[in-house]
Design a protein around this ligand. Structure first.
Ligand SMILES: *Cc1c(COP(=O)(O)O)cnc(C)c1O
Length: 461
């Protein structure tokens, strides 16, 4: 093997190969040279380890071309979510409504009045665009949008509680996942965490006892990804806010998901809406754009004008601000909420949540037939099951769904799952009870043919 080392084609020779030369439209000559060297190093290392390698110019060129092609492939690629979890944080959370996608595209391809007041012909503010619609939908005096809800909490606490105490119930010291822990976030802002009450019970008198000269604010954090059940007690929002105001302190609420209307009509249990929290007189309420709202990643803050003004004057705001594409998508999503029926119909997150088990069974039947048409060896069964909302919303809530159970005599479940995941369209499915399962809730019409094709391909490999 080692004598092949000297036969390895040189960088200059490889650079002159036609199929490598054409990559000069994508890469500089220098970059191509570097990539050639990486390929050569790999081949050399193998030869030194007595692993045989084809060192002909054609074979090495081929490897260089493959390496060059890899370098221009996107890393962020679409995937098919067959897990049934509607807000799957690992798979990108909320899908956007068509209306939002259109506005996003428009914001990207043309200049806009992002920070320009068209009437006055002067500089304007990027924050005005969503202010009115948020006021209308929540009843709040004013609104501000930042990068995400974590940023919203950060901005609120740095603006109002630096070097001062923030009172919070021990039952609300939430970890959101991805190492975002409310206690850590509070402390990273320079605020001092003052825990009151116990994990399962916090009374109004616990908050009352906790208030002192150092107290800057009272905060509630929605326990969005877990539930306290059993012997529990929490203070009502009205009492909480009243106590804060009696002491001349602001009351904040990190609502997590942030519903704009009650989702009980979709069969989910009661969760407080943003409007209700404004009515309870919170000074600031924050929530995510890409959880149940079904919009782009954003942190939405609504509340009293004087408080929002203070947030707007924070030097931190510049670092947390949202991009024009986000503002465009969020505005379009929020407009759909002017009629909740329309929101459910057009916002994919709400639409998926609204599907009944029967709706999912109908979808399963269509998919089943498409798969059978390609390969009749598949053993397919439609079974009842449950899906999750996800995204830290509605913990433990089970949405009745229909699953397609998939087995094939020539391919076990773990191989099938892997083949689907690595296939061109990256189908992410569940494995349970010795079979691959597709939950129809999160599949889109356009996915069916791709799935049938990928399954047929998977078992033929
Ligand atoms: C999800 C969540 C956050 C973080 O929101 P992002 O928009 O993901 O930054 C903060 N607080 C609560 C209660 C949450 O549920």
């Amino acid at each position: 093997m080692k004598k092949k080392l000297s036969q390895l084609p040189s960088v200059d020779l490889l650079l002159e190969q036609e199929d490598i030369k054409i990559w000069q439209k994508n890469y500089t000559r220098e970059l191509i040279k570097e990539k050639i060297k990486v390929v050569q190093d790999g081949i050399r290392a193998n030869l030194l380890n007595d692993v045989d390698q084809d060192v002909s110019v054609e074979a090495v060129s081929q490897r260089v071309v493959e390496f060059l092609a890899q370098g221009v492939e996107p890393s962020l690629v679409p995937a098919i979510n067959a897990t049934g979890t509607v807000l799957h944080t690992n798979l990108g959370r909320a899908l956007l409504a068509e209306e939002a996608l259109d506005e996003m595209q428009a914001a990207g391809e043309s200049f806009s009045n992002l920070e320009y007041d068209i009437d006055k012909g002067k500089r304007g503010s990027r924050y005005v665009h969503i202010q009115n619609i948020l006021r209308e939908l929540t009843g709040a005096e004013d609104a501000l949008v930042v990068n995400n809800n974590a940023a919203a909490v950060l901005l609120i606490l740095t603006s109002f509680a630096q070097r001062k105490e923030v009172l919070i119930s021990r039952g609300e010291l939430v970890e959101i996942g991805g190492s975002f822990r409310i206690p850590d976030v509070i402390e990273s802002t320079g605020a001092i965490l003052h825990e009151v009450g116990s994990t399962n019970k916090t009374h109004i008198k616990d908050y009352e006892k906790g208030i002192n000269e150092e107290t800057a604010a009272l905060i509630r954090v929605h326990t969005s990804n877990y539930r306290l059940i059993g012997f529990t007690e929490a203070v009502s929002d009205r009492d909480f806010v009243q106590l804060a105001h009696d002491h001349g302190l602001p009351a904040f609420n990190d609502l997590g998901s942030g519903l704009l209307f009650d989702l009980q009509k979709l069969g989910l249990s009661y969760e407080p809406t943003v409007g209700e929290m404004i009515e309870a007189d919170y000074d600031l309420v924050s929530f995510s754009g890409d959880k149940l709202l079904g919009g782009p990643q954003a942190g939405i803050i609504v509340g009293k004008k004087s408080y929002i003004e203070k947030l707007k004057s924070s030097p931190l705001l510049r670092a947390l601000r949202t991009d024009k594409a986000t503002i465009a998508a969020l505005e379009a999503t929020l407009r759909l909420y002017l009629n909740p029926e329309q929101a459910i119909e057009k916002i994919p997150t709400l639409k998926m949540i609204s599907l009944s088990r029967e709706d999912c069974a109908k979808k399963a039947q269509v998919l089943k037939e498409k798969i059978e048409a390609r390969d009749s060896d598949f053993d397919l069964k439609i079974e009842p099951g449950y899906s999750q909302v996800g995204g830290g919303a509605y913990p433990g809530e089970q949405l009745p769904t229909s699953l397609l159970r998939i087995e094939h005599p020539k391919c076990n479940e773990s191989r099938l799952e892997r083949e689907l995941r690595l296939s061109k369209n990256h189908i992410i499915a569940r494995i349970d009870d010795g079979a691959v399962y597709f939950d129809l809730r999160t599949l889109l019409e356009g996915d069916y043919d791709l799935i049938a094709e990928a399954l047929a391909q998977a078992v033929s490999n």
